[in-house]
Design a binder for this molecule. Structure first.
Ligand code: UN1
Length: 503
């Protein structure tokens, strides 16, 4: 580990063990950052036990008081934003501005959650019976298990935990094995917030937010434990296919945030300048490793060639380099496996009639142990099998269309349903795209790209994306249980539906 990473971890309050079976590498140069021990199934079960006890105490703390803890955590994040962001760059390979953006997303959700802590409201419902009142309440749910992926190593956890904590739940976090250091740093910041909360005279139980670093068996222990009321899992569709049925088998709740295969439709009336910028960030930002990454462009035949040529020229000039160096826009892929998957997809695309530009390995001389790739653009003759598959890499497939109906059918013609966008200045096209017969995704944008959603909206998608919604809007309801209460304040006992049962 370099001295700078060491001092960064120190500043964030992380004291690493000196040995362990998990080797943590930086995708920047492939160098070893740390060796840390992994937990066992038993450790996970013990953590769930602590969280379950914590839940019992936390659920009766008034929600605005719970919000105060999340407010303090947001303050820690503000104070350590630059350091945590730098660690995100080192461990996940994000360019500086995106690392900062990730921590900003955590701060934003904390603020949203603090406001929400005074708004966890239910309805009052008209009763058909005289002297009766009906209402619904939202009550704390239980332990929330959070399984997060390497590409948003800390923000996605924050979306879940900030809401879960104000909702009165306790959390158990299993981060990606590729990014345990950012998880440890986040946990250390949370513990500082907890200390400040207690120092201000508030009571908070131990075990409110447990972090367990481990392999798949530890994730399975989380998924299978009946004390975990909600499993919120972010990752591949393959992972979701394994998690979903196991949680369902024990009647637990699942919030799945899985793969995307996001498209941008570009119509003849589009502002092409805007479209080019939106597509470049969507397709190649984060080196194509967002679930919201733009993977397909569906362009009208009248503008297709001009648009694709512009994209291809701009693509070839995107600065690839170490994510912590100024000016870099394209950082590394997470590891060799990701690079291999990219090459595999590109050769499949060639076999399926695609014309590939870019995609080669970059900077191999400077970083022989790391995997940088030239962003790829593939002109496809049709939406073939490889295009229907999510490859977590900077590959953009381009397709042509004649009618908007055809474009929407192509856009919807993949198994995933996370994000989508249209670039158009035609009101009819924009509205049709967002309508019931339009995009089938959880996110449908107009004149912006597919990625980079704000936390205020509900985030998630349909079909193989898993159907869950996280973050803003009323996504908080997934972290609570609803009770319907009917209160009789009369001295009669009328039955609903006019039923008589006179004794
Ligand atoms: C993810 O890639 O798992 O909309 C989440 C975005 C980010 C979140 C992406 N706010 O691209």
């Amino acid at each position: 580990m370099t001295n700078s990473t060491h001092s960064l971890l120190d500043a964030l309050g992380v004291h690493l063990p000196t040995a362990g079976d998990l080797t943590v590498r930086s995708p920047i140069d492939g160098g070893v950052l740390a060796q840390i021990p992994t937990a066992s199934r038993g450790d996970m079960q013990a953590a769930i036990g602590r969280a379950h006890e914590a839940f019992k105490a936390w659920r009766v703390v008034p929600a605005p008081k719970r919000g105060e803890l999340v407010r303090l955590f947001g303050e820690e994040l503000r104070a350590h934003k630059a350091q945590l962001a730098q660690l995100v760059s080192i461990e996940a390979g994000k360019v500086t501005s995106e690392g900062l953006g990730e921590v900003q997303e955590m701060i934003d959700i904390c603020e949203f959650a603090v406001g929400l802590s005074r708004q966890l409201h239910g309805l009052t419902i008209a009763s058909e019976r005289p002297g009766h009142r009906m209402m619904e309440q939202w009550l704390p749910l239980g332990v929330v298990g959070i399984i997060s992926a390497f590409n948003f190593p800390v923000a996605v956890w924050a979306w879940n935990s900030a809401l879960a904590l104000v909702c009165g739940d306790a959390c158990v976090w299993k981060p990606s094995e590729k990014t345990p250091l950012t998880a440890l740093a986040t946990q250390a910041l949370f513990e500082r917030a907890l200390k400040a909360y207690r120092a201000a005279g508030h009571a908070a139980p131990d075990g409110l937010s447990e972090l367990i670093i481990g392999r798949a068996d530890v994730g399975e222990a989380l998924v299978d434990d009946a004390r975990v009321a909600l499993v919120s899992a972010t990752g591949s569709t393959r992972m979701g296919r394994a998690v979903g049925p196991r949680v369902a088998a024990r009647f637990g709740r699942c919030l799945l945030e899985l793969g995307g295969n996001n498209a941008i439709i570009v119509t003849p009336s589009a502002d092409l300048e805007l479209a080019v910028r939106g597509i470049l960030f969507g397709a190649y930002g984060t080196a194509g490793q967002r679930c919201t990454t733009t993977r397909r462009v569906i362009a009208h035949e009248s503008i297709h060639d001009a648009l694709v040529e512009r994209l291809d020229r701009a693509r070839a000039q995107l600065p690839i380099g170490s994510p912590v160096e100024p000016g870099t826009l394209i950082g590394p892929l997470i590891d060799a496996q990701a690079f291999d998957a990219m090459q595999f997809a590109l050769s499949a695309a060639r076999e399926q009639g695609g014309q590939v530009s870019g995609g080669e390995r970059a900077l191999a001389d400077r970083f022989p142990e790391a995997y940088y790739a030239v962003p790829a653009l593939v002109r496809m003759p049709a939406q073939t099998e490889v295009v229907c598959h999510e490859t977590f890499a900077p590959i953009l497939y381009t397709l042509k269309y004649k009618t908007l109906d055809e474009a929407i059918a192509l856009q919807n013609g993949v198994p995933q349903g996370l994000s989508s966008a249209i670039f158009t200045t035609d009101l009819r096209e924009a509205e049709a795209f967002m309508s019931a017969a339009g995009s089938d995704c959880g996110i449908a944008n107009v004149n912006i790209g597919t990625s980079g959603a704000e936390i205020g909206g509900a985030f998630g998608g349909e079909k193989e994306t898993g159907g869950g919604r996280e973050s803003g809007s009323d996504a908080w309801k997934a972290y609570m249980r609803r009770t319907t209460n009917t209160v009789n304040y009369s001295s009669e006992l009328p039955l609903a539906q006019g039923v008589k049962f006179d004794i």
